[in-house]
Design a protein around this ligand. Structure first.
Ligand code: ATP
Length: 240
C-alpha cells in the first residue's frame, strides 16, 4: 500500500485570457491535516481549485500529487487518482432521496457492494442522514443538505478532498454545523483542502493555510501564525 501522497502546487501561473490570474502560487497540502486557502472575493481561490483539478491549464510551474504530475491531465483522471471535490453551494439533487443522492456520488464505483458499504460508513459519520435516508433531498434543512453534499463527495473514498466554500449562503447556525462536519472529517484522518471566506471559523479548524491576494500568496504558515499575520488582515480589509 503506497503511503499518503502530498498535493503540491509549485510556482504555478494560470488564468483565463491573456493575463495570469494566479501568479507563481506555491502551496502544499499535508496528508492527514486541514490546509486552508483564504482570500477575499476575486483573490483567485476558485482559479486555484480549477487549476488543481485540471479545469484551467497550468501555464507555468507544476502540480503534483505524490510522484504524479497533474499538469495537462484531464479532470476525470485527477479525480480517479483519489482527489475528491465538494463543490460550493451545498448542491444536492432535490427530487432524489438521500440514498439516491449518495448512490449518484458512488457512480464511479462499479461494485455495488462497495457503494453500499461506503454508504453505511457515511451514515456512521452522519446519523441524521440515515434517519432521513428515504426523504427527498429538497425537503432537508440547510445543515442536512450540507451534510448530504459532503457525504456525496466522499462516496468515491477520496484520499484528499477539496471542499469549496462550504459555508457559502448558509445562515450562521448552519455555518457552525458545516465547520463541525469538517472537524469530524479531520478527526477521521482525512486530508482536506478547505477554501473559504469565513476567516475565523476556518482558522479554528485548519492546521495551516495560505492567504491569496490578487492571485499571489501573501501569507502562509500555521493557523496560529496566520491569525497574527497583518497580511491576512490586509488581504481582507485593505488596512496596512
Ligand atoms: P470568489 O470567492 O468570488 O469565488 P475567488 O477568490 O474564487 O473569488 P476567482 O473566482 O478565482 O476568485 O477569480 C479571480 C480572478 O479571475 C478575478 O479577477 C476574476 O474576474 C477572474 N476570473 C474568474 N473567472 C473567470 C473567467 N471565467 N474568465 C475570465 N476571468 C475570470
Amino acid at each position: 500500500i503506497p503511503g499518503p501522497r502530498q498535493l503540491s502546487v509549485k510556482a504555478v501561473s494560470s488564468g483565463y485570457d491573456r493575463a495570469d490570474v494566479l501568479k507563481q502560487v506555491s502551496i502544499e497540502v499535508v496528508p492527514g491535516a486541514v490546509t486552508c486557502i483564504l482570500g477575499a472575493n476575486g483573490a483567485g481561490k476558485s482559479t486555484l481549485i480549477r487549476t488543481v483539478l485540471g479545469l484551467n491549464r497550468v501555464r507555468t510551474g507544476e502540480v503534483r500529487f505524490g510522484e504524479t504530475v497533474l499538469n495537462d491531465m484531464p479532470t476525470h483522471k485527477i479525480v480517479a487518482l483519489g482527489i475528491g471535490v465538494i463543490p460550493e453551494g451545498n448542491r444536492v439533487l432535490p427530487r432524489m432521496s438521500v440514498v439516491e443522492n449518495l448512490q449518484v456520488g458512488g457512480l464511479l464505483q462499479s461494485d455495488t457492494r462497495k457503494v453500499a458499504a461506503r454508504m453505511e460508513e457515511m451514515f456512521a459519520i452522519f446519523p441524521r442522514l440515515k434517519e432521513r435516508r428515504s426523504q427527498l433531498a429538497g425537503t432537508l434543512s440547510g445543515g442536512e443538505r450540507s451534510m448530504l453534499s459532503i457525504a456525496r463527495g466522499l462516496m468515491t473514498e477520496p484520499e484528499l478532498v477539496v471542499i469549496d466554500e462550504p459555508s457559502l449562503g448558509l445562515s450562521p447556525l448552519f455555518v457552525s454545523e458545516v465547520f463541525n462536519i469538517v472537524r469530524r472529517l479531520k478527526e477521521s484522518g482525512m486530508t482536506i483542502l478547505l477554501v473559504e471566506q469565513n476567516v475565523r471559523q476556518t482558522l479554528d479548524v485548519a492546521d495551516h493555510g495560505y492567504v491569496l491576494l490578487q492571485g499571489r500568496v501573501v501569507a502562509s504558515g500555521t493557523t496560529a501564525a496566520l491569525r497574527e499575520d497583518t497580511e491576512l488582515h490586509r488581504a481582507y480589509f485593505g488596512v496596512h
